[in-house]
Design a protein around this ligand. Structure first.
Ligand SMILES: *Cc1c(COP(=O)(O)O)cnc(C)c1O
Length: 508
């Protein structure tokens, strides 16, 4: 087992979920993003945190906790490199709250973990502020001298968070595609006003799937890769299949436990539940990994919106994406293929690469698969899955505000609703952390329509102001400032012309 506190006597490797013979260092796994045969990189073992270790971490700042925890995973990074990365991401006021990921007590048993105090007001910042540092540090060890071109297809939150993370980062260029008519007003404005010398943003005439398919096709096109290589460039990915996006998320669950301890809400060793509003299964997987490291966790509660493919999977053992995609008021969770589930399947099957490869090829061919009885039992032992629809989401926003004077966004509301369903079913009074993934001001019109629909307006910033007055909550600076920012990117293109857009931007 690797020692935990930054000692580099044992080198931890990463293996592929679809081929146990693949071995990569942390820096290689991060640079490469995905294994050649299509599997995802996972650590071959998990660094362990003892209760003593948790007690000592609880005396530290978020940044020190992060350095300590990450050193267990980034085994070919020096301590200085890790500290540079972590401070680059979280120090110097980049987050509006000095605690970075503060807890807010909702009730006697529920605590909201606010993950949206970063520059783009969604939890994606927790990882995407750090990823550029991890990636450029990793690249130096593996592909020194090449320019890294980050391609992103986004349904809203990832694009802006990646732009903010990678802007002006030396040796990188970032190009984001979003569906011209498929993102919220605030999300579009956030991207169109993005500053930075290495950023490009383009709306495409199509939906998110078109953007995603276009990006995937370009990624896997050998001729395009060759052309980039001739120009001393390479593509990389900023989405959550990259280990560098997942590992920063483990930190805040451990940190939240430390905060509960400091606030004397729990005693050292007490178990907690964690509720996560889930889409691609990245955020909740990070909580599962924290549990594997030794964090005392009872249940992991997976909350979905009406695109409830994960709820059905947890309750039946069959994953079936053959269903209608339904746009919801929690759009960042509108997803039918949760890529990071593959990492959980690998772990629950006790590292059975063949079984995982088999399930994934069934998913590709038939859109569905069923896991073994044994695996299903392990799944339900640790996870609880439920979902709620848009009306329930709005009712929850209103109820939480009236009962606790606390304003949640549409995604967090799904988590709160599912937590209530969990309590009803189990009567479990274990202290519970609810991951809050976005500021309510990112989704002002939906949140306002939940609180007081008579106040809806056509003007986004008017709604933001009304919401602030009605609820006596503060508008995050970075969203308030958007009103006066210049639109710098209003390009758009047909979905079949994404390649030309990229070449033009790269000047090749
Ligand atoms: C991305 C996102 C989610 C879903 O997170 P996953 O890691 O994909 O499960 C939930 N809420 C918000 C606001 C998001 O941006």
């Amino acid at each position: 087992m690797p020692s935990f506190c930054g000692e580099k006597d044992v080198v931890m490797n990463y293996i592929s979920t679809r081929d146990n013979s693949v071995r990569a260092t942390a820096s290689k796994a991060i640079t490469q993003g995905i294994s050649n045969e299509g599997g995802l990189f996972v650590p071959e073992s998990f660094p362990q945190i003892s209760l003593d270790k948790i007690a000592s971490l609880s005396k530290k700042s978020y940044i020190d906790r992060a350095c300590d925890i990450l050193s267990g995973y980034l085994s070919d990074f020096s301590s200085e490199e890790i500290r540079n990365c972590v401070e680059g991401a979280y120090a110097d006021g980049k987050f509006e709250d000095e605690k970075i990921a503060p807890l807010s007590k909702l009730s006697d048993s529920a605590y909201i973990l606010e993950l949206w105090h970063g520059p783009t007001c969604a939890f994606k910042d927790m990882a995407l502020q750090l990823l550029p540092y991890l990636l450029t540090t990793s690249a130096k060890k593996n592909i020194s001298g090449k320019k890294i071109v980050i391609l992103v297809a986004t349904s809203g939150d990832t694009g802006k968070a990646a732009l903010e993370g990678f802007k002006n980062v030396e040796g990188t260029e970032i190009i984001v595609f979003y569906p011209q008519d498929g993102v919220s007003t605030m999300q579009k404005l956030q991207m169109q006003t993005q500053e930075g010398s290495n950023v490009s943003v383009c709306g495409i005439y199509g939906n998110f799937d078109d953007a995603q398919n276009g990006v995937k096709a370009i990624f896997t096109n050998k001729e395009i890769a060759e052309k980039l290589s001739q120009n001393n460039m390479m593509f990389s990915s900023a989405n959550s299949i990259n280990w560098g996006r997942l590992v920063p998320q483990i930190v805040y669950y451990i940190s939240a436990y430390c905060d509960l301890l400091n606030d004397e809400e729990i005693a050292l060793g007490d178990k907690i539940n964690i509720v996560v509003p889930t889409g691609n299964f990245g955020n909740i997987l990070a909580a599962y990994y924290a549990k594997k490291m030794g964090l005392p966790i009872n249940k992991l509660i997976c909350a979905s919106n009406k695109n409830n493919v994960l709820t059905d999977f947890i309750n039946s053992g069959t994953y079936d994406r053959n269903r209608l995609f339904m746009p919801s008021i929690s759009p960042s969770m509108d997803i039918l293929i949760s890529s990071n589930l593959e990492r959980l399947l690998y772990d629950l099957s006790e590292n059975d690469d063949k079984a995982v490869a088999d399930l994934m090829s069934k998913l590709a061919a038939d859109g569905r698969y069923t896991v073994s009885e044994k695996l299903k039992n392990k799944l339900t032992e640790q996870f609880f899955g439920e979902y709620c629809n848009d009306d329930e989401t709005k009712e929850t926003i209103k109820k939480v505000f009236e009962k606790y004077s606390y304003l949640v966004d549409t995604h967090t509301a799904v988590a709160v609703n599912v937590y209530e369903k969990y309590i009803k079913k189990t009567n479990d009074d274990t202290k519970t952390i609810i991951a809050s993934t976005a500021s309510p001001y990112k989704f002002s019109s939906s949140v306002l329509s939940a609180i007081d629909p008579s106040k809806l307006s056509d003007d986004e910033f008017e709604m933001v102001n009304i919401l602030s007055k009605l609820t006596a909550t503060e508008i995050p600076n970075s969203l308030a400032e958007l009103k006066n920012k210049k639109v710098l990117h209003n390009q758009s293109c047909e979905k079949q012309n994404m390649k030309e857009f990229i070449f033009k931007k790269l000047g090749i």
